[in-house]
Design a protein around this ligand. Structure first.
Ligand SMILES: CC(C)(COP(=O)(O)OP(=O)(O)OC[C@H]1O[C@@H](n2cnc3c(N)ncnc32)[C@H](O)[C@@H]1OP(=O)(O)O)[C@@H](O)C(=O)NCCC(=O)NCCS
Length: 321
């Protein structure tokens, strides 16, 4: 995580919002913002990757491919996957980005899982990293987004193994482009002559992300439980079999709704949004890492990961640890 902690009161000093409003609507108390010149989407991912590789007993040279999920890549192109590759001192292995926003980590994990199950690769790095504080506006007009989203990175090492019934049991992916504009950032754009980079567009706030918060909430609480149950049913399991649910940290109210809907006790549902806000593609690997560090992820546990977000895109992964 980047070091700079930004509290709700810090934001309230810069825009028309309050600590109480943010906590009541989102459960967020503070988030991390990057430091310009020090943190980048790819170098934060590289720091996380080094920790992940060390914990997995591997070196960068063991990595066969990198799948990088982000909606805030370092550059418009190329993607951040090749930059992470370079940061790790690697060359030649395939590296690419997944553009699936809050669903990004589940989509990336699913890709890695298929590569491994097909036998094409043995060790794949799956990264989620975001610097969102630099694409939002800390202002009254930007407040709907900027009180929710934060910066951070998380990386998982996914590797082949021979133990039957263990590891990633299945992944389940969905999307519905009919809702593309309900949570989106349209500019800069290849579809406009000036790519939206005119001074007018900037002044009008056209480069800022937009979210139809109420609609996103409505579909999130529908699709989170649905896609988790889809994974359980596919594996002939029920919610009673789940030891841990690690949802994308969209909003504490959404997580709480899903927890109740799934009849799960609070200790089985990971929530760390109060510390980091919504870190989009990074939120699941960050939450998984913290859960693992806290001793909540145990050998043999059944763990569900699930996400919903811009696209709309949503998905789940069921893991026997
Ligand atoms: C964004 C969200 C917190 C807004 O909560 P809400 O209860 O729907 O709030 P509304 O948008 O109806 O706004 C209520 C009021 O608060 C105001 N408001 C909006 N943002 C505010 C902010 N940051 N601080 C203070 N007031 C704010 C609105 O202008 C509105 O004022 P009005 O009643 O005078 O018009 C809520 O819709 C939500 O959680 N949506 C899901 C978002 C999400 O999870 N996104 C991530 C998906 S991956």
């Amino acid at each position: 995580m980047p070091e700079t902690i930004v509290t709700n009161n810090d934001l309230a000093a810069l825009m028309d919002t309050t600590n109480e409003w943010i906590i009541e609507r989102t459960g967020i108390q503070e988030r991390r913002f990057f430091t310009a010149g020090k943190d980048s989407v790819s170098n934060m991912a590289a720091r996380a990757a080094k920790i992940a590789l060390e914990r997995a007993g591997k070196t960068p040279q063991d990595v066969d491919a990198i799948v990088f999920a982000t909606l805030t890549p370092d550059y418009y192109f190329p993607g951040s996957g090749v930059l992470l590759q370079r940061e790790l001192g690697l060359s030649r292995i395939p590296c690419f980005d997944i553009r699936s926003q809050c669903g990004g980590f589940i989509y990336a994990l699913s890709v890695a899982d298929q590569y491994i199950k097909s036998g094409m690769f043995k060790t794949v790095l799956v990264a989620g990293s975001e610097i969102q504080s630099n694409v939002m506006e800390i202002s009254d007009r930007g407040r709907t987004m900027s009180v929710i989203f934060g910066d951070g990175a998380g990386v998982c090492v996914v590797e082949a193994h021979q133990e039957k019934g263990k590891g990633i049991l299945s992944t389940h992916l969905h999307s519905d482009g009919n809702f593309a504009e309900e949570l989106c950032c349209k500019l800069p754009s290849s579809s406009l002559a000036d790519r939206g980079l005119s001074a007018d567009a900037q002044q009008a706030g056209d480069l800022l992300p937009y979210m139809n918060g109420k609609l996103v909430f409505q579909y999130a609480v529908k699709y989170f439980p649905e896609v988790i149950r889809e994974a359980l049913t596919h594996n002939q399991l029920t919610e009673n079999d789940l030891d841990l649910l690690i949802p994308h940290q969209a909003n504490a109210r959404i997580t709480e709704y899903v927890r109740k809907e799934m009849n799960m006790p609070a200790e089985k549902v990971i929530s760390n949004i109060h510390k980091y806000g919504n870190t989009t593609a990074a939120s699941i690997p960050i939450a998984l890492t913290e859960a693992w560090q806290d001793g909540k992820v145990k050998e043999g546990n059944l763990i569900a990961l699930a996400a919903f977000g811009s696209g709309f895109m949503w998905g789940s992964a069921l893991i026997r640890w």
